[in-house]
Write a protein that binds this ligand. Structure first.
Ligand code: PMP
Length: 363
């Protein structure tokens, strides 16, 4: 990617001029454990159905702006009205639209870092002031301080399970934030399908008009390449998000693929279960390296966060000597020494565990 020259930067809106192009830190490797994708892919029995649905999409027509059948199917699945569902070009677009609709100068965001960096990025793009309430020991969120900050906020965003620490945000904490905040409380549940049953706060939507819950097809449903996410919220909040969206942001083939995935969602269960089992195995393997200075935190997502000695070096050696890419968070405030490792297939788990063992034992 070329640099933004000073001449071009001088032409940019001040809040945009402060930015650099997003770098997903991707390198070509054999084993990709860096982006929390679903390495099992689409279940073999669903793949042909999905392909047929995509091929049969009306390619010459603009897609249904608000998702048509996909929206109706999502509403039925979650037991809400279609007016309470909005789809987006990945969860990312919905997050951006959240800031476009509710952020801006004088509209404070409360966030709970270390967390998904995109919230801060989108907030700054639309000049939203951010009140950061840092997590404490072992990444535990400070719910008292968050609730206090929420009292004067327009937006609160919490992530459950959190990326990259893997912990669920306490349900009681969500209630307190919804009660304290005069604005919108978004719970980002991008990874919720990997969590224990009953972890979602979707069922609180009927109780709190200011609650919004973000979901995506990129993780459990193995559709990161299609770019479809959705938010569940009260109908007026959905209408506000609809007002700022690009009308045709989710293509017809992508809507068709997501609809096929929702329709056959039970077929995704075995891989989700395998990832949950794999997470336990990976965590235990990393726990077994404690004598070498490794620390791993419990996770309810499809990744684990681990602190390792000389983390950046370990990350580089995993990539260069073992062709395994994980995510290096060691220079992120609050995540010193931390790597995030996506739970891959059983073979991939064995490979990353063996490679870490070799590197850390100095072999
Ligand atoms: N929320 C969280 C916490 C994430 O980690 C991600 C993806 N990395 C997203 C939302 C957005 O995912 P997508 O745009 O692929 O739906």
């Amino acid at each position: 990617m070329a640099d933004i020259t000073p001449e071009v930067r001088a032409l940019m809106r001040p809040s945009a001029a402060a930015l650099e192009p997003y770098d997903p830190a991707f390198s070509p490797v054999d084993v990709i454990l860096s982006a929390n994708e679903n390495n099992y892919g689409i279940p073999s029995e669903v793949a042909p159905i999905l392909a047929e649905a995509v091929a049969g999409a009306a390619w010459n027509r603009y897609p249904a702006p608000l998702g048509g059948r996909l929206r109706a199917r999502l509403a039925a699945w979650h037991g809400v009205a279609p007016e309470q569902v909005i789809i987006g070009n990945g969860g990312d677009e919905l997050l951006f639209n959240l800031f476009l609709a509710f952020g801006g100068a004088g509209h404070t965001l409360v966030s709970c870092p270390p967390t998904f960096s995109v919230y801060g990025l989108y907030a700054s793009m639309v000049e939203t002031p951010v009140a950061e309430v840092f997590r404490g020991r072992d990444f535990a969120p400070n719910v008292d301080a968050l609730a206090e900050a929420a009292r004067t906020a327009t937006l609160v965003v919490v992530t459950s399970p959190n990326n990259p620490t893997g912990d669920l945000f306490p349900r009681e904490g969500v209630r307190r934030l919804c009660e304290a905040c005069p604005g919108i409380v978004l719970v980002d549940e991008a990874y919720i399908e990997f969590s224990d049953p009953g972890s979602s706060v979707d069922d609180l939507l009927g109780e709190y008009e200011n609650l919004a819950v973000l979901h995506t097809f990129s993780k459990a449903f193995a559709l990161a390449g299609t770019r479809v996410g959705y938010v569940l919220a009260g109908a007026p909040v959905v209408a506000a998000l609809a007002a700022v969206r690009q009308p045709y942001s989710v293509s017809a083939p992508d809507q068709a693929a997501a609809l096929a995935a929702v329709t056959h969602r039970e077929a995704f269960r075995p891989a989700i279960e395998a990832i949950r089992l794999g997470r336990g195995r990976l965590s235990a393997m990393l726990g077994g390296l404690a004598s070498l200075g490794v620390r791993v935190w419990p996770s309810q997502a499809n990744f684990v966060c681990a602190r390792v000695p000389h983390a950046h070096d370990v990350w580089r050696r995993l990539r260069d000597e073992h062709s395994i890419l994980v995510r290096d968070f060691s220079s992120t405030p609050g995540l010193e020494g931390c790597l995030r490792i996506t739970v891959g297939t059983p073979g991939e788990i064995d490979l990353v565990a063996a490679a870490l063992d070799t590197i850390l034992k100095g072999e």
